[in-house]
Write a protein that binds this ligand. Structure first.
Ligand SMILES: Cc1cc2nc3c(=O)[nH]c(=O)nc-3n(C[C@H](O)[C@H](O)[C@H](O)COP(=O)(O)OP(=O)(O)OC[C@H]3O[C@@H](n4cnc5c(N)ncnc54)[C@H](O)[C@@H]3O)c2cc1C
Length: 376
């Protein structure tokens, strides 16, 4: 019997409306890693959305990954962020790792993330203070990483350090999470994205092979800005946009289905409530439109592509906070408890603004770009 293969869109919808939707509240309540959801995404081949066909991925690039992250975030912000960081790591591996590693990352057997932020340089991830030194034919790493999403579940970290010998701000490495000397200082106890396992990770005299270098010595900054920044900014925006869409859906359901017994009218019958919902929709649509234009700018290599990349993360992060404020207001006391599910989205949406480059830093970069000043 011939069965029609499941389309990419159908696979996303199936996984999101079943496993991810069903486990999201418990992931948030328990602060547990969304393992079932990631396994379901892997089984559907979706962890390889961004990876090339040569690597065994779906070859759908950043636009495909954006589609997955946005839909996942409508159900579970934690899963969307874990997925975002896997795609970021996979993008670096696609560009700089050997084919065996790229194949593993595309299949999801190698689950990836970034270990850039440090307790010294904090959100200024482009100037790491952690070190890499040659030691008995190995590379010895010492670091205090402050936030690593999926810290306990990643196979290996895409890791930044000062250069070994070259000039430049940084060098990137592929560091196995199981390497002796790595200590994961979890569990993660966050206000939002509570399942994303974003824990500090320290390295004390961790030895890796020289071949663990990703790109050339001293090339880390270029890879961060050329490969990671567009992927992270766009997928972080997709995450914020998905949170807005998920909150909007739940808010509309609540407003349409909740009545005051004295008037017999639903919340949606109140002009004030409809006005708030309209504002939510306008802000969400504006952010989706900017994200679509950012992807178009990247694809066409438009001169404003870098500006759009910076703008889309800042705009989506800010819009998500505004939309979730409105959702909390529309849903009233019911939202203050967990009845509508909206408060989870409210908390999850707060993270985008402090994920580097933070919204404040992005506004500084955007202002510099608009004024014709160098970003760094
Ligand atoms: C849920 C979550 C997941 C994360 N996952 C990862 C991960 O997987 N990998 C990773 O490497 N990092 C990760 N991070 C870390 C993140 O990218 C930031 O580095 C971190 O949140 C910065 O926090 P901080 O307290 O060090 O900020 P600080 O740098 O101390 O900033 C404090 C405040 O100062 C502002 N500020 C800082 N510098 C400037 C400036 N130059 N101009 C204007 N304002 C400025 C900031 O906007 C912020 O409001 C994650 C963070 C979160 C919240």
């Amino acid at each position: 019997m011939n069965t029609t293969p499941e389309t990419f869109e159908a696979a996303i919808e199936r996984v999101c409306s079943t496993t991810i939707a069903e486990t999201a509240a418990a992931v948030d309540r328990d602060g547990s890693f969304p393992l079932q959801s990631i396994q379901a995404l892997q089984a559907a081949g979706l962890l390889g959305a961004l990876s090339s066909i040569e690597s065994g991925g779906l070859g759908l690039g950043l636009a495909g990954a954006t589609r997955v992250v946005r839909r996942v975030a409508e159900e579970c912000g934690s899963t969307a962020m874990v997925l975002t960081m896997h795609y970021c790591g996979a993008a670096v591996l696609e560009a700089h790792a050997p084919i065996e590693v790229r194949r593993e990352a595309a299949s999801g057997r190698h689950f990836s993330t970034l270990a850039f932020s440090e307790s010294g340089s904090r959100s200024h991830f482009w100037v790491p203070v952690s070190t890499a030194e040659t030691h008995n034919g190995h590379i010895r790493l010492n670091a205090s990483k402050s936030w690593v999403t999926s810290a306990s579940y990643a196979t290996a970290y895409v890791w930044s350090s000062k250069p070994l010998a070259a000039s430049g701000a940084s060098t990137l490495w592929l560091v196995p999470a199981s390497a002796p000397g790595i200590e994961i200082r979890g569990p993660f106890e966050g206000m939002g994205l509570r399942g994303n396992d974003s824990s500090p990770v320290t390295a004390v005299n961790v030895d890796v092979a020289p071949s663990a270098m990703l790109g050339n010595d001293g090339q880390g900054f270029d890879i961060m800005m050329g490969v990671v920044m567009p992927v992270f900014a766009v997928l972080n925006a997709a995450c914020s946009n998905g949170l807005m869409a998920g909150a909007l859906r739940r808010t509309v359901e609540h407003a349409a289905g909740t009545r005051h017994s004295d008037t017999g009218a639903s919340l949606a019958d109140l002009p004030t409530i409809r006005n708030y919902i309209a504002r939510m929709r306008v802000k969400a649509d504006m952010s989706d439109a900017l994200l679509a234009d950012t992807l178009a700018a990247i694809t066409a290599q438009r001169p404003d592509a870098t500006l759009r990349v910076l703008e889309c993360k800042a705009a989506a992060g800010e819009a998500a906070n505004e939309v979730l404020d409105l959702a909390m207001r529309v849903c009233g006391g019911a939202a203050f408890r967990k009845d509508t599910g909206v408060e989870r989205f409210f908390r999850d949406a707060r993270a985008a603004g402090v994920m580097a480059p933070t919204t404040d830093v992005l506004y500084d970069f955007i202002g510099k770009a608009v004024c014709g000043l160098p970003l760094f």
